[in-house]
Design a protein around this ligand. Structure first.
Ligand code: PEP
Ligand code: MG
Length: 843
């Protein structure tokens, strides 16, 4: 430790050398207010290096500090970290009060007020600096000050320090040390600060908020913190000087809008002046600010200004309105909005002002909040819907048969699963609020109850789920409606103009496609066709196809499905009106289409007119130990080629039909789960011959593109030769993550929390693309594919396509477009614009 004195505080003047990095945000902000000629009391900035030295025990030069006490004699000390979000030690007020100043103040503002100011400082000094028991200083009555000074003397064997410079030095030292403490460090790290984040301090002359005339302290803000619309709110506390409350204290609202007496009425000139300050600070600081002020005998002092706290929707409105008013450039407005916040605006949200009865938490799988009655089965959800009763479908995990129940519910909650489990993917696709992996709840399906800690809820009880935060609440919460307003539309327009990656939607149904168009997706990047086969009308034909003994029987069953598939695709092509539509050929294992319980098997045997034993044997034969790595995707397409033939025919016939009615359609057919070039060749040969047959039968020509889903590590490694046979590649990063990690996407939720908490994974790799591993495969695949086929279009259609950080990665490695759930299209659009802006700025 060295004993050389540190450089000390500098006065904050319009020209003083002050920066956010060296002195913290508050000093810089005060300098801006001073430059605007706002009535800021004399303020001094202690730079971050000095604070660090003070914390390490170096002495503070007393002579320089003495200058600070030139005015009222009282000063405040506030933290000034580099970012306001990082917080800092609590403000200390009334530094400098001693017996002599107390005497002067008594003459000026009366004994009671002067006592209050002195007592308040003794209390905070005794507790925070001398580290005495705060209970000893909880005193009141006319002799409270005298007793406090006595107790201080008794506890420390010293008189209360009378030298203002000593008081200030001790306060600075205690604040500097508090910043270095382990708890403060953890708190700020949780808010994104680096562990060694620096702290500056601001020492400011205090304006007295007690005494004759209009005195007091207040805050004023100029926007509604929830909606972001212009609205003046705030509070003025007359005769309030920090903790010291003088006689005649009263609270006024700022405007008449709020209930109660308003400053606007009792002091209109002061109110007008404050409004002028608000307008000026919005223009000069390019932000909506909350101003903290003090009135001393009717004279205003602006003591601080902070960015007004705001909700996501208010943040968006403020950014758009600042850009519309020419205060910030459009690019900056785009950069100020957090892409993720947009997802929330498309759905209901819980009103942040309302109370929450939290009972458990899970993984926030699909944004938005919903209130409904608990149901434990898909059929109960459908029954509730037919009664017009909103319900939340609560399941241990969902299976494909639950889709109808999910459509009938207003929200889904599962005990198991992770971000790419069935419930999560489907819910995001249809914009349904969803929480998965809620390990704190226990479902008792037999008794139809749900236990969360000590609470037991039954079917029919109301709950609220917040899919944006993962919170499960008892009862109904106050919900705010979606905010697809003009500010949102404007931001989306600007984002489109800013360029960046293309954004398509993953859409399987006409409703999805309509949502995708509403959010201005540039096409469908992934239509998962298997969901179309779960429909009640199609399932029997599908099951007949699976049980067919001969190719002829199979063909007959598929012929029944063909017109339905054709209608599906025609509708999608029509809705997408000439925008590209990528249809993925059938992917899941066949046993997903078969019942697993005894009753279901018996029903199936009856409907197929087969013996139960026969049906059971066939179902068992189709069951795989690990279906995710079994007879899925192209493997099924090659083993049972009639399915893909039927789908290709349905796609071509639909393209011809839709093309006759509207814009020409160039369908894109995508082969799933490829791992070898030969698979592509085999499928291509059959698809080409189906195309030739349809051209012949319809006497018309059409083009189509055949592409490959890269979702096995081998396909990424062999992307070069696969690309030679493909018009496009789309990285299915869900499966690619699953296979790269050897980690089942449906079971990962069980331990993902522990893994992330212990730092084994920085983040859930199904949520945020693992750039180091999976990303390496993507990069390798892109490079090899482009080397062999420079014109190839490459996309990402896994869930990562809607994740802002992963989109930035996609942009960096040269992906052409991302495709994500329709409700994430706006998020992806903004993230992609931000990535393009970053690139243009050379970062
Ligand atoms: C993927 O694996 O990333 C993908 C998009 O396909 P699915 O989620 O349907 O397996
Ligand atoms: Mg996949």
């Amino acid at each position: 430790m060295t004993s050389a004195p540190i450089a000390s505080a500098i006065e904050i003047t319009p020209t003083a050398k002050i920066s956010r990095e060296t002195h913290g945000w508050r000093s810089k902000c005060l300098q801006r207010l001073i430059r605007m000629d706002l009535p800021v009391p004399r303020s001094f900035a202690v730079d971050c290096d000095s604070v660090r030295s003070i914390s390490q025990g170096r002495p503070i030069p007393a002579t320089e500090l003495a200058e600070i006490f030139g005015g009222s004699g009282l000063v405040s000390v506030r933290p000034s970290a580099v970012s306001p979000e990082w917080g800092g030690p609590g403000t200390v007020l009334n530094v400098g009060i001693n017996d002599a100043l107390h005497e002067r103040l008594t003459a000026q503002i009366g004994r009671a007020n002067a006592d209050g100011v002195y007592l308040s400082f003794v209390q905070s000094y005794a507790t925070h600096i001398a580290r005495l028991d705060p209970d000893l200083f909880t005193l009141d009555g006319p002799d409270a000050l005298a007793r406090a000074l006595d107790i201080y003397r008794g506890e420390t064997d010293e008189d209360f320090p009378q030298d203002p410079v000593k008081q200030l030095s001790e306060v600075l030292r205690s604040m500097a040390r508090a910043w270095d403490g382990p708890t403060a460090r953890l708190l700020r790290q949780a808010k994104g600060a680096p562990a060694d984040a620096p702290l500056g301090l601001v020492v400011q002359e205090m304006a007295l908020a007690l005494g004759p005339g209009l005195c007091g302290s207040g805050t004023i803000q100029f926007i509604d913190p929830v909606t972001g619309t212009p609205r003046v709110t705030g509070r003025f506390r007359g005769q309030h000087h920090g903790q010291t409350v003088g006689s005649g204290a009263e609270t006024l609202y700022l405007t008449q809008d709020d209930r109660g007496p308003a400053l606007e009425d009792s002091a209109p000139e002061i109110f007008d002046e404050l409004i002028r300050f608000g307008i000026a600070s919005r223009e000069r600081l390019r932000e909506e600010m909350q101003i903290e002020f003090v009135l001393t005998g009717g004279a205003i002092s602006v003591i601080d200004a902070v960015r007004t706290q705001r909700s996501a929707r208010a943040g968006l409105r403020v950014a758009v309105s600042l850009a519309r008013d020419g205060i910030i450039p459009v690019e900056e407005a785009l950069m100020r909005v957090e892409p993720r916040a947009l997802a929330e605006l498309l759905h209901h949200q819980i009103d942040p002002r309302a109370p929450r009865d939290l009972i458990a938490r899970g993984i926030d799988a699909s944004p938005g909040a919903a209130t409904g009655r608990i149901v434990f089965s898909a059929s109960a959800a459908q029954a509730a819907q037919s009664r017009g009763e909103p319900c939340i479908l609560v399941r241990r995990e969902t299976v494909p048969e639950d889709i109808r129940g999910m459509h009938a519910a207003v929200g889904v909650l599962t005990e198991r699963g992770g971000t790419t489990s069935h419930a999560a993917v489907i819910a995001r696709g249809i914009g349904l609020p969803c929480i998965v992996g809620a390990t704190g709840i226990v479902i008792d399906a037999r008794n139809r109850t749900l236990r969360a800690g000590a609470r037991t809820l039954s079917e029919g009880d109301e709950i609220t789920i917040d899919g944006s935060t993962g919170e499960i609440l008892a009862g109904a919460a106050v919900l705010l409606p979606p905010a697809l307003d003009d500010a949102f539309t404007q931001l989306m327009d600007w984002a489109e103009d800013a360029g960046g990656l293309g954004v398509r939607a993953n859409a399987d149904t006409p409703e999805d496609a309509l949502t995708a168009r509403r959010f201005r997706a540039q096409g469908i990047g992934l239509c998962r066709t298997e969901h179309m086969f779960f429909d009640a009308e199609r399932l029997p034909a599908m099951r007949e196809m699976i049980f067919a003994d001969t190719p002829e029987d199979r063909r007959l069953a598929l012929e029944r499905i063909l017109p339905m598939q054709r209608a599906d695709f025609t509708r999608l092509f029509e809705i997408m009106a000439g925008h590209p539509v990528t249809i993925r050929l059938f992917d899941p294992p066949l046993h997903e289409f078969l019942p697993s319980d005894r009753d279901g098997l018996r029903e199936l045997a009856a409907s197929l007119d087969l013996p139960l034993s026969d049906v059971t044997r066939r179902v068992e034969a189709l069951t795989e130990f690990n279906p995710m790595l079994g007879m899925r995707g192209v493997r099924l397409g090659i083993t049972v080629p009639e399915i893909y033939d039927m789908q290709a025919r349905a796609i071509f016939e639909a393209a011809v039909e839709a093309g006759h009615k509207g814009d020409p359609v160039v369908p894109e057919i995508m082969i799933p789960l490829v791992s070898a070039m030969k698979e592509v060749e085999l499928v291509r040969t059959r698809v080409d011959s189906v195309a030739a047959a349809v051209r012949n039968e319809r006497r018309t020509d059409f083009t189509y593109h055949l592409g490959v889903m890269v979702e096995t590590p081998r396909a990424a490694l062999r992307a070069g030769d696969i690309a030679e046979h493909s018009a496009f590649l789309s990285f299915g990063t869900n499966d690619l993550t699953q296979m790269t990690y050897g980690l089942s996407r449906d079971d990962a939720g069980r331990f993902m929390g522990t893994y992330v908490n212990q730092g084994v994974f920085a983040e859930d790799p199904f949520h945020l693309l693992d750039e180091d591993g999976v990303g390496e495969l993507v990069l390798t695949g892109v490079e090899r594919a482009r080397l062999h086929n420079p014109d190839i279009t490459i996309s990402v259609c896994g869930e990562h396509g809607g994740n802002p950080e992963s989109i930035a990665f996609c942009d960096r490695v040269g992906i052409d477009y991302v495709s994500c759930s329709p409700f994430r299209v706006p998020v992806a659009r903004l993230a992609s614009a931000q990535s393009a802006i970053h690139r243009r700025r050379g970062r």
